[in-house]
Design a protein around this ligand. Structure first.
Ligand SMILES: Nc1ncnc2c1ncn2[C@@H]1O[C@H](COP(=O)(O)OP(=O)(O)OC[C@H]2O[C@@H](O)[C@H](O)[C@@H]2O)[C@@H](O)[C@H]1O
Length: 269
């Protein structure tokens, strides 16, 4: 036996011994690891006006009223405990499926919430995600056994008017900041728009998530500046003619769609 092999054998014998003597029971471990989801949707209501105009779009967050202790009667994010045989992402996906009946959609990791005392039941570390879902997905939601009531709230209502459970206010604040940032730096607006849309609709969607967004040269910038050109393209019919729509305006407006291009914005360009 070579010196090298001898070394490997002793090492694995040591490992085996250590594995046999190891017990995680000797240590204090968390009492639970839930996944919480901030589910955002953009509601769309047609206005009752004579002239054609854009519908009212509002960013809403879905909350569930808790039935039992802790925080009975308070509004909370949908969430549930991760089981031993699944990943945290898997638990979040399962929760999203239970709440919306839809498999898929935009689900993204937000942050971990581990402040001691955040859950009176013990050492419970929550991993939060955010999801962008379409309003119709939430309409089909059946109230789950553990939920008393479910509601869609504006961010202002959720943060300023409701008494929320656990540290869910902080989670919602963080998620809101994240989607505002993403709305300005990525093409997530596509999650809230039909495939073909006008640039006024895109502008409105951005503003409904980032209310202080104002760009007087929006159309010129999105269609012609070097860093943004190629993110959206004009819709054309089979003959190559431009397609427009007068659904929300008196005069027909050009339709656009997002391309597959991933914008790489730099602070230097
Ligand atoms: N410590 C625990 N670990 C694993 N499963 C548990 C635990 N406590 C209860 N459960 C199981 O989970 C079920 C409760 O599930 P939910 O109602 O989904 O959980 P909830 O009470 O809402 O707890 C999740 C919430 O805790 C917060 O820390 C977190 O932010 C999340 O919103 C119970 O019926 C029970 O079967």
């Amino acid at each position: 036996m070579s010196e090298n092999n001898k070394h490997v054998n002793t090492e694995s014998a040591n490992d085996e011994l250590e594995a046999r003597n190891y017990s995680s029971k000797k240590y204090r471990t968390p009492d639970g690891v839930p996944a919480d989801i901030v589910m955002f949707t953009l509601t769309k209501r047609e206005r009752k006006t004579v002239t054609k105009t854009l519908p009212i779009r509002e960013l809403k967050v879905m909350l569930i009223k808790r039935k039992g202790w802790p925080f009975a009667g308070r509004w909370a994010l949908p969430g549930g405990f991760c089981q031993e045989n699944e990943s945290i992402y898997g638990a979040a996906k399962r929760e999203l499926m239970e709440e919306t009946g839809v498999d898929g959609g935009h689900l993204e990791y937000l942050n971990v919430y581990s402040q001691p005392g955040r859950d009176p039941r013990g050492w419970i570390i929550s991993h939060a995600f955010f999801a962008l879902v379409e309003e119709w997905m939430l309409e089909h939601r059946q109230a789950a056994d553990d939920a008393e009531d479910v509601g869609l709230f504006t961010i202002q209502e959720a943060l300023e008017e409701l008494e929320l459970a656990f540290d869910h206010r902080t989670i919602i604040e963080d998620a809101y900041r994240r989607i505002q940032q993403q709305m300005l730096e990525t093409t997530i607006a596509r999650q809230f728009l039909p495939r073909d849309f006008t640039l006024s609709e895109l502008y409105q969607v951005i503003q409904s998530v980032v209310p202080d967004f104002e760009e007087p040269n929006f159309i010129r910038k999105i269609t012609s500046t070097r860093s943004r050109k190629g993110i959206v393209e004009e819709v054309r019919d089979d003959e190559g003619n431009l397609v427009s729509s007068n659904q929300y305006s008196q005069r027909p407006a050009q339709l656009y769609r997002f391309t597959e291009l991933v914008p790489r914005l730099s602070i230097y360009t």
